[in-house]
Write a protein that binds this ligand. Structure first.
Ligand SMILES: [Fe+2]
Length: 282
């Protein structure tokens, strides 16, 4: 039976995702070479130590231009999501049961527009996501045996627009690692702020989380990602957000979901929250 991964690869349709990547700096097609091995080892060590791995200049300037143009053709399909949430993604109906002072009780707004994978078929963005050398490279940096495309029809690949007034609230990711490709920076604002490794399985560090979410302390990391930067983040242990977007131009990024197991999907109710009532069911 054809899997979603094999179907996606069959659908590359002559698009050349490799032409988007700076293959001199990131030799994705020379996996056996000492340079590739040294690179993935160094990147792995940096990710483990720093919890966030921004790989600047991953795309060539022409690659950025082509993907931004590709993204522009899909912008009208974006679903506008305006919601409040807490840092842990706990169902709001359950937060009353949390003890007083628990940072899970603090609700903050997220405003963004997202195009789901189901509306990106045949695009250059989708071709890059499904391109086997990219998935292989991420697996090598993470030092896992194999990665699969997420099986979710909408969440596997998301093109996100943070328009003026947009923002992403402080949160932890569900999955251990997330991969993000930055396509366009905002004119003003739109900073990525993070507290790398603020929690781990032994220590939730609630006081420090609460201080950041309430704005009582400054985040250890604040940066604006340059277009063309490929980021891997240990988002399950790193509290992070995107600050309010100002100016006229949207901040644009691609969120690529790679999984260690095949068949990973979101529950339908969550898919509808992120992608709207008309997104695919199961
Ligand atoms: Fe996140």
């Amino acid at each position: 039976m054809a899997t979603r991964t094999s179907e996606a690869i069959d659908n590359l349709q002559g698009l050349d995702p490799g032409g988007l990547v700076d293959l001199e700096r990131y030799p994705l097609l020379e996996r056996e070479s000492p340079a590739y091995q040294a690179l993935v080892n160094a990147l792995h060590d940096r990710l483990v130590a720093e919890k966030i791995l921004p790989m600047e200049g991953f795309l060539t300037p022409e690659g950025v231009e082509r993907l931004v143009a590709d993204a522009g053709t899909m912008e009208s399909k974006a679903f506008h999501c305006d919601k409040t949430g807490n840092p842990y993604g706990i169902d709001p109906a359950e937060i009353d049961a949390l003890p007083d002072g628990h940072p899970g009780k603090i609700m903050s707004p997220t405003v963004r527009d997202g195009v789901g994978y189901h509306d990106m078929q045949g695009s250059l963005c989708a071709a890059l996501y499904a391109w086997p050398p990219l998935r292989r490279f991420v697996a090598d940096v993470l030092k896992v045996r194999e990665l699969f495309l997420q099986d979710d029809p909408s969440n596997a690949l998301v093109l996100q627009f943070y328009k003026p007034g947009g923002k992403l609230a402080w949160h932890f990711d569900r999955s251990k690692y997330s991969t993000i490709l930055q396509l366009q920076a905002a004119d003003e604002g739109g900073y990525f702020e993070a507290a790398p490794g603020i929690r781990d399985p032994e220590n939730e560090n609630y006081d420090a989380v609460r201080g950041l979410v309430l704005g009582e302390s400054d985040p250890p990391l604040r940066r604006r990602s340059k277009p063309g930067t490929f980021v891997i983040i240990n988002g399950n242990h790193t509290l992070h957000r995107v600050t309010d977007i100002g100016g006229d131009r949207a901040r644009m990024s691609l969120i690529l979901a790679y999984e260690e197991e095949p068949g990973v999907r979101l529950p339908v109710y969550l898919r509808r929250i992120f992608f709207g009532p008309d997104c695919p069911g199961d």
